[in-house]
Design a protein around this ligand. Sequence first.
Ligand SMILES: [Fe+2]
Ligand SMILES: [Fe+2]
Length: 311
Amino acid sequence: MPVVEPDIIDSAALPDDGVDYRKQNRELEQELTFLRVELEKFKNEAARAYILSKERHKDSAMMSAQAMKTIKDLHQKIKELDSAKKKIHEAYKDTINRLVIASEYKDNETGNHILRMSRYSVFLAELYGLDAAQLEEIELASPMHDVGKIGIKDSILFKNGKLTDAEFDEMKRHTTIGAAILNNPDSAIIECARQIALCHHEKWNGRGYPNGVKGEAIPINARIVAISDTFDALTSKRPYKMPYPIDVSCDIISKGRGEDFDPSLVDLFVKNIDGFVKIKNSIDEVVVDEAEVRANFTWSERDKEDAAARG
Ligand SMILES: [Fe+2]
Ligand SMILES: [Fe+2]
C-alpha cells in the first residue's frame, strides 16, 4: 500500500506550474529530520566533552592544590633544616672558640693575635683566589694553629730568653701535639685546622718542622698561616720583643721569599701590605704610632742572630 502523506499543503495554494511541491516538501522534511538528529548527537557530544573537561579541570585543580601543599611543606622543611644547620654551625664555632681560649691559657699570645692572624689569613687566601668555603675554613681553623701548646711545659713556653736546642726541640712538638688533638676529623674545618696545626712551621725550602715538607707539598692553608702568623708576631709586642715597624716586618717576610715562605704568597702580601695594615688598625684597640714604633725599635735577642744572618 502506498504511504499516504498527510496533506498538510493546501493544493489550492500551490501554483500550477508542473513542479511537485509535495515531493520537494517531503525531501526538505527528511533533510530537516536528519539535521535534527545530527544536532542532537552534536549536543550530546558537546555535553559529554564539557562534563569531561570539567572533571579534568577538577582533577588538575586538585593536583595543583596538592603540588602547592607539597611545595609549601618542602619549603617549611628546608627552613627548619636551615635553622638546625645554623644552630649546629654556631655551636661548632662556639666549641672552636672555647678550644682556642683553652689554648690561650698556655700561651703568651693575646686574643687579638688570634683575631688578627685569622683575618690576615682570610685576606691572603682571598688574594690567592681560594673559594668562599675555603675562606670560611681558614677563618675558623687558623685560630687553632698553636692549640698544641697546651702540651708544652710552662718553663719553655714562657721563657723570655733564647731557647736551648733541647728546649726548642720540645717547643717544636706543639705542631704534632696540635695535629693529634685535631686528628680523625669528621669535618672540613677540623681537617683544615689539623693541617695548619701540623704544617704552619714548615718552610718552602724544606727546612721547617716537624716533617721538613717542601714547597707545594705544604698545604696551602698552612703556607698562608705561616705568613700571617709571622707578620703578626713581628708587628706585635711580645714578652721578648717590642713591635717591629711595618716596613721592617715586611722586609723580613720578603727576605723569606722562596726560602721560608711560598714566593707567590709573599708577592701578594707585599703588593697588598696596605690591606694588612688596615686590618691591623681595625682590630688594635689603640692604633700604634709607627713613628713611635720606629723610635723604640731594636732587634729582640731571639731575632738578633737571624737578622745578622739575613744581613
Ligand atoms: Fe706555632
Ligand atoms: Fe701564632
